[in-house]
Design a protein around this ligand. Structure first.
Ligand code: NDP
Length: 235
């Protein structure tokens, strides 16, 4: 029986929900976080199936108070974490040109995609089960790569995913001696609300690929950027 404890943000839909299902099927314990009670219908049906393996916690990644509350709740239950998956994401889809920028929308991208994962990691660090290898995954995007030439679009999203990749690099350097390995993962172009129905990848295939990348993660390859097929991407 797999006794690993995995915390997944943005677990109520899309890739986060698919990851939650697959980790539960694998026998892991999952702490599924989402920001709103009203969006937990699918998680509640999973709870009926995996009652003692699934804990649903409310947390808004842009709200430090709710991140603190989550950390306190887990600490009071004496929960130790083996893996944190920073999956929640926001796309400022209208910010496609420097001539038309909505500042609040770009700021929200930074809060959800970069600053939230930074603060969540800070608050959960003491709960990591450092008696064995612990892992932190950041669901990034190839759109955040500084090296891949691409068309201009989504200023806040792309800048914030580049910042999230820097979080991976910083954390991997600082936490390697504590037996914590860190990775950025591009999930592919996935059929979710964010990716749209024209996207290439099925959400379950993406989730399984992400899980394989995380399974292959160790201190030897910490601080890198992979796509869901396991191909290394340039930062
Ligand atoms: P979805 O839009 O389907 O889901 C986004 C998730 O993030 C939802 O659970 C949403 O919760 C949550 N979220 C948004 N804002 C907050 C917040 N303030 N606090 C907590 N949770 C929040 O996206 P995907 O599943 O497609 O994306 C998952 C990750 O994959 C993201 O990081 C995204 O950038 C990345 N990605 C996706 C790609 C794709 O093609 N789909 C491509 C490249 C990267 P709520 O329901 O409450 O809004």
């Amino acid at each position: 029986m797999n006794d690993e404890v995995v915390l997944i943000t943005g677990a109520n839909r899309g890739i986060g929900l698919a990851l939650t299902k697959q980790y539960l099927i694998n026998g892991c314990n999952v702490i599924a976080t989402c920001r709103d009670d009203a969006t937990t219908t699918e998680l509640i049906s999973l709870k009926a199936q995996f009652s003692d393996k699934l804990l649903i916690e409310l947390m808004d990644i842009t709200c430090p108070e709710t991140i603190h509350r989550l950390a306190n709740n887990l600490s009071q239950r004496n929960i130790s974490l083996d893996l944190i998956i920073n999956n929640a994401g926001y796309l400022d889809s209208n910010n496609q040109s420097i001539h038309a920028i909505n500042y609040a929308d770009a700021e929200l991208s930074f809060k959800v995609n970069a600053l939230g994962p930074l603060f969540l990691t800070h608050c959960l660090l003491s709960l990591l089960n450092k008696s064995r290898l612990c892992k932190i995954a950041i669901i990034s995007s190839s759109k955040g790569s500084l090296s891949k030439p691409q068309s201009v679009d989504w200023y806040g999203y792309r800048m914030s995913k580049a910042a999230a990749n820097m979080l991976t690099v910083n954390l991997s350097t600082e936490l390697a001696d504590d037996n914590v390995a860190v990775v950025s993962v591009h999930p592919g172009w996935v059929q979710t609300d964010m990716g749209g129905s024209a996207a290439q990848e099925n959400v379950n295939d993406s989730a399984l690929g992400i899980m394989q990348v995380i399974a292959n993660l160790s201190i030897d390859n910490t601080g890198k950027f992979y796509d869901f097929n396991g191909e290394q991407l340039p930062f």
